[in-house]
Design a protein around this ligand. Structure first.
Ligand code: ATP
Length: 252
């Protein structure tokens, strides 16, 4: 369970995450949606301890993330950031192996190597494992960073726009993998998505943010509505139901 209480993060006296309180119960996929600048990345970064809040707390189960040891947190929670600042002269395999560091502490066992091989295969990266990151396309590089996050094999997964640069095949494959992690391994996945229809199709719950606050939270059927989407994005959309999932279309 992720528990967020009265969380506030400010820059220059302006709250970009503004008194957010949330409970994300055990297994499942939660999509975080909202316009640019809504505070989605900042909220994820504070919960992942990449940023310190001015006020409030974030817990992963009984662990206060801002008081926990970094190794302890890294064995429970993995985060995919939106910006990747690791050196380009790393190979894909090196990068994915970093995901094992909280377990291996730099001395990988055969099990660590097997996990890396398995994740590389599942993300369609085996043939690219020896390539340097600056020798990859944008989508291939994005998959390599997702692979590193999955290799950490944590119960909690926070992913900031994992579908950036991905084609439809790989975007569907990633969402299916996250769904499987939640359904079969009991993982708790929180994923920032800009594609409303991916959020609608793959998540159990959608949290909509605007202006640093949570403005809607509920199952996709309740959040993917013309009213909520107009309030969020200021555009009119038509919503249909296709095979039980809400689909939003903007006709202009
Ligand atoms: N280091 C910083 N200094 C000052 N302001 C910042 C800083 N980082 C983020 N912000 C501001 O905080 C607000 C929230 O940013 P955040 O990246 O969390 O939004 P987001 O919802 O993830 O947006 P996007 O969809 O564009 O990725 C924005 O107005 C942004 O300009």
């Amino acid at each position: 369970m992720i528990t967020v209480r009265s969380l506030t993060k400010q820059y220059d006296d302006a709250a970009v995450v503004d008194d957010v309180t949330l409970d994300l119960a055990t297994a499942g996929v939660t999509a975080l949606i909202g316009p640019n600048g809504a505070g989605k990345s900042t909220l994820l970064s504070v919960v992942a301890r990449l940023l310190r809040p001015e006020r409030g707390t974030a817990h992963v189960d009984d662990l206060d993330v801002h008081r926990a040891g970094s190794r302890e947190l890294a064995t429970r929670l993995a985060v995919l950031r939106q910006e990747h600042d690791l050196a380009a002269r790393l190979t894909v395999r090196d990068l994915v192996s970093f995901g094992r560091f909280p377990h291996s502490r730099g001395r990988p066992t055969t099990e660590d190597v097997a996990v890396v091989d398995d994740v590389l295969a599942r993300l369609d990266l085996t043939g690219l494992a020896h390539r340097f990151l600056d020798q990859l396309s944008g989508g291939q590089r994005q998959r390599a960073f997702i692979a590193m996050t999955l290799a950490q094999q944590t119960e909690y997964l926070l992913l900031d726009e994992p579908l950036n640069n991905l084609d439809l095949t790989h975007a569907v494959a990633i969402m299916r993998m996250l769904r499987t992690a939640a359904d079969t391994l009991g993982a708790r996945v929180v994923v920032v998505l800009h594609d409303i229809n991916f959020a609608s199709r793959w998540s159990d719950e959608i949290i909509a943010m605007a202006g640093g606050r949570v403005v809607a939270q509920g199952p996709p059927t309740e959040v993917v509505t013309p009213e909520v989407l107009r309030g969020l994005y200021g555009v009119d959309v038509h919503v249909e139901t296709v095979r039980g999932h809400r689909v939003a279309v903007h006709y202009g």
